[in-house]
Design a protein around this ligand. Structure first.
Ligand code: 4AD
Ligand code: MG
Length: 434
């Protein structure tokens, strides 16, 4: 068996020929002289039928002993079979067992609690629902990369070990760092992308970011992937338009490439299909008025919570831009709004159906003195921002950018309840295993 195995996904090209499938057994039903084996190989799932008398006798006997998740190589002839999932079936002639599990697989067909499944995430990945979610994640990543590559953005990988705080001091992971004291795990690559956009014009990064947030919500991870884009000469309005185009393309790509996965996940794709630019925009001040009319006691100046976001976004069936937040609710680097200096030129993008904020973005403060004043106001260590301030000394230009949270976006695209399932090995405040 030295020939490369045939992939289940390509089985349709081999009708009436003999092939070898290398994979795992995820179900076995036996009826006297017939074994029905359900196989998976990572590319797809296939039914194989072993009939006594037609299959090699030693193989037939070995199949009867198999446990779930046995690894095996199966030889047989491909035939069309309307009743089989996928439309083909393998008539088995020979089986080579690679390993028969030494005990019963812990994940069975029955319902398991979420804690048990997360504790067994290394094995749970083999099931069909996690598989479908991670395939959508893969297609989302591919779509986003293609989007920026096609528009002349340069990929610039920003550091994970950093010396300056990107977002908020309250959610930093600290790492002992030789004689230099403490390093922080990056909360964002933005500050470095701002340096890169003055070198290359349009840039993006896509990598892991870390937040030591003690939030136990369905939207928070301690490690998540962020796609960030930054462009010189792009103003706040241009930033929103870029985001609309990106999200529109992303949804189209996922709808066209992940049909079977979205079906398995029972995602309402009609709702997703409405995600076409332009997206509605709502000024923060108007949002506060709407929330007050709905009977919520919220003060102008406060950040919005998940519930408030849901009240606002449920008024629309497309993603919603919430614009021009108060300065004091947002990070130090956002550019003051000339029309109302108490606010900044920024927008959060809220996904529909209650999924909340998936993008945070803004125009950046490009005025040296205003930026320095903000750093002082926030009591940030000015020394570690010396390089960042220098960007405003040498050819400062208007520039803007944003960060999209990958797992939050995948949670929305797949219609799942909790963000942890959008990550292959989720990290939350209570989970480091597996
Ligand atoms: O809004 P945030 O904090 O923005 C930034 O970090 C900017 N520096 C990005 C930029 O302008 N380049 O985070 C961006 C996005 C959020 O909208 C959300 O989707 C996601 O990152 N995010 C989280 N996802 C999962 N778990 C968490 N704890 C998250 N915190 C933020
Ligand atoms: Mg944000």
């Amino acid at each position: 068996m030295s020939v490369a195995p045939t992939l289940i996904a390509e089985i349709g090209k081999h009708v009436d020929s003999e092939v070898e499938i290398a994979g795992w057994l995820y179900n076995l039903r036996s009826k006297g002289k017939i074994h029905f084996l359900q196989l998976r190989d990572g590319s797809g799932r296939l039914q194989a039928v072993a009939v006594q008398g037609e299959c090699d006798p030693a193989s037939f006997a070995a199949i009867g002993e198999l446990k779930m998740e046995a690894s095996l190589k199966v030889r047989g002839r491909v035939r069309p079979e309307e009743r089989a999932p996928g439309g083909y079936e393998l008539a088995v002639t020979e089986v080579a067992v690679v390993q028969n599990p030494i005990e019963d697989f812990p994940i069975a067909k029955k319902e398991h609690g979420i804690d048990f499944l997360l504790e067994n995430r290394h094995l749970w990945l083999r099931s069909s629902l996690p598989g479908a979610i991670l395939r959508v994640r893969h297609e989302a990543i591919t779509s986003l990369r293609n989007f920026f590559n096609a528009r002349g953005f340069l990929l610039v990988d920003t550091p994970i070990l950093t010396g300056s705080i990107g977002e908020s001091a309250g959610s930093l992971f600290e790492v002992p760092y030789f004689d230099l004291g403490t390093a922080y795990l990056a909360q964002t690559g933005q500050l470095y992308l701002e340096a890169a956009c003055a070198a290359f014009g349009k840039v993006y990064n896509f990598g892991p970011t870390f937040r030591a947030e003690k939030s136990k919500t369905r939207r928070h991870l301690t490690e998540f992937w962020m796609l960030e884009a930054e462009a010189a000469w792009m103003d706040n309005e241009g930033n929103l338009e870029l985001q609309e185009q990106m999200i529109g393309t992303l949804v189209q790509d996922v709808l066209s490439r992940c049909g079977p996965e979205l079906k398995l996940l029972e995602r309402d794709t009609a709702h997703l299909a409405k995600t076409e630019p332009p997206f509605p925009r709502l000024d923060y001040g108007e949002a506060i008025e709407i929330l007050r009319k709905e009977g919520r006691s919220i003060e102008w100046g406060n950040d919005l919570g998940a519930e408030e976001e849901t009240v606002l976004s449920s008024r629309y069936d497309k993603p919603l831009f919430l614009t021009n937040y108060p300065k004091k609710a947002k990070a130090f680097y956002m550019k003051e709004n000339p029309a109302n200096p108490e606010t900044v030129l920024c927008a959060d993008l809220l996904a529909p159906e209650g999924y909340g904020e998936i993008i945070g973005g803004s125009q950046r403060e490009d005025d040296l003195e205003k930026l320095r004043a903000r750093i002082r106001e926030e009591k940030l260590p000015e020394d570690s921002y010396a390089w960042y301030l220098e960007l405003r000394r040498f050819g400062s230009v208007p520039h803007s950018g944003f960060g999209l949270g990958l797992e939050r976006t995948v949670t929305w695209l797949t219609g799942i309840h909790h963000i942890r399932e959008a990550s292959p090995f989720p990290r939350t405040i209570a989970r480091l295993y597996p």
